[in-house]
Write a protein that binds this ligand. Structure first.
Ligand code: GLN
Length: 447
């Protein structure tokens, strides 16, 4: 634990918002004592992990990489994190990320841009960039990111590690700062399918504190490993991919070529592959951003300085709220609050917000039909390779478009996993709702 803390302290990738030295060393001493006593040690006991800085862990900073919450400390602990603590895992760091999860590059942060694990001139990816880089660099054994529209899968891809967005509701959101509540998911990042499975099992389960959480059964080691031939699954074993994700001008040629090579390899194993029709990426991106901005405008309205964070006083209450929010939110967060309030306001909501909701239903229905024909949908994680640091901040629209392949699965609330695939973005494996086990099985089969 001490070694990991030292490595984090010296890291030059800007992954750390705060180190949890005291807590980590205290917990480590307890595990040491158990070992000395000859007590049995659980699977996760003593394992160091990182936490994206949008989760509550009682007594520690929870900044969301924002000025507003720079000095805010968690009054309680998130359910997912508590379950890891109960299993004996040791939290060592609160990790840098895009402020409130707003971003795809981990540059929208007061702690400095997160640098990619393989090339420090490139972004770490976002919004859980610090978490993915820490895993890639072995600073943590696993990290807990948050994925609303791709924030676990995308940085996992950019840094060649595994990142899972489980089925919506499988892990309680209690204690995760709300960005867009209808797609927010707790997601583990790790270096193997097996580690993802273990951490997912520990965090899963219905929670009375999150009414959208669901019960699920444990995924056994055997269920994932016994599969030698994918085609034996359900006697079907059909894979699908979206034609228009691959046949367009926006996709990077190397990413396209790598993806098609991956598809050819799968075909060579005797598995049928089907090209499917789907919504155009720009429709997916605009539907997602309409709903995500509306939800974040609503969720972040509580952050006015009266209950949380850095309050700036002005002549009256209204002015104090205004200046607190204007001075303390980033440009990107303000863009989303303004956009969200606009799509929700009278005269716009029918035309834009309600249309977004209708499109979301149509997208979900499309997925339901697809999964009658195929078991798994594959796609690249992003159409592009990791951008250079500085580029995304200059062009937010281009940044939104880099979410083209992740946001649809979020709107569908589907389980989806990034695996490192020898490209600069990774391969995304998606299955029908509640079929998280199949996603992990297929990932294990491909590795
Ligand atoms: N890049 C997407 C956004 O900014 C997704 C972020 C996330 O999943 N938190 O909304």
């Amino acid at each position: 634990i001490q070694q990991k803390l030292n490595a984090l302290k010296e890291n030059t990738n800007n992954t750390v918002n705060s180190l949890l030295d005291d807590l980590a060393l205290h917990l480590a001493a307890k595990v040491d004592a158990k070992i000395t006593n000859g007590d049995t040690i659980g699977l996760l006991e003593g394992i160091p992990f990182g936490i994206k800085d949008v989760y509550m862990l009682q007594g520690t900073y929870a900044t969301a990489s924002s000025n507003l919450l720079k000095n805010y400390k968690s009054p309680y602990t998130a359910t997912a994190i508590q379950k890891l603590l109960n299993a004996g895992a040791i939290p060592i760091v609160k990790e840098n990320c895009d402020s409130f999860g707003h971003g795809s590059s981990s540059e929208n942060t007061i702690f400095g841009a997160v640098k990619n694990a393989s090339n420090p001139d490139l972004v770490g990816g976002g919004s859980s960039g610090g978490s993915a880089v820490n895993v890639a660099k072995d600073y943590t054994i696993f990290s807990i990111g948050g994925d609303t529209g791709g924030s676990v899968r995308q940085p996992a891809g950019y840094n060649h590690v595994y990142g899972l967005k489980p089925t919506y509701g499988r892990i309680s959101r209690y204690g995760l700062m709300a960005y867009a509540s209808s797609t927010d998911c707790v997601g583990p990042i790790a270096k193997s399918v097996e580690d993802i499975r273990i951490v997912l099992n520990v965090m899963s389960g219905k929670d009375v504190k999150d009414q959208t959480s669901i019960t699920s059964s444990e995924i056994s080691e055997e269920a994932i490993k016994t599969l030698s031939e994918f085609k034996t699954l359900k006697g079907l074993g059909k894979i699908g991919y979206f034609k228009n994700f691959i046949e367009n001008d926006a996709i990077d040629s190397k990413i396209k070529a790598d993806f098609l090579t991956a598809i050819e390899k799968i075909k060579a194993k005797g598995i049928q592959v089907k090209a499917l029709d789907f919504f155009k990426s720009d429709i997916l991106v605009s539907t997602y951003y309409t709903l995500a901005m509306a939800e974040t405008a609503s969720n972040l309205s509580r952050l006015d300085g009266s209950n949380y964070g850095n309050r700036i006083e002005d002549k009256n209450l209204k002015e104090s709220y205004a200046i607190t929010r204007s001075e303390n939110f980033s440009e990107e967060t303000k863009r989303r609050i303004v956009g969200g309030n606009q799509v929700l306001s009278q005269g716009f909501s029918d035309e834009i917000y309600l249309k977004g909701l209708a499109l979301r239903d149509a997208i979900s229905e499309n997925f339901e039909n697809d999964f009658k024909e195929v078991d798994i949908i594959l796609s690249p994680v992003t159409p592009n390779t990791p951008p250079k640091i500085g580029d995304s901040l200059k062009d937010p629209h281009a940044m939104y478009l880099s979410d083209a392949y992740t946001v649809g699965f979020s709107l569908g609330q589907l389980p989806t996993l990034t695996i490192p695939q020898g490209t600069d973005t990774g391969l995304q494996i998606t299955a029908a709702k509640n079929n998280d086990e199949l996603v992990l099985k297929f990932a294990n089969f491909l590795k």
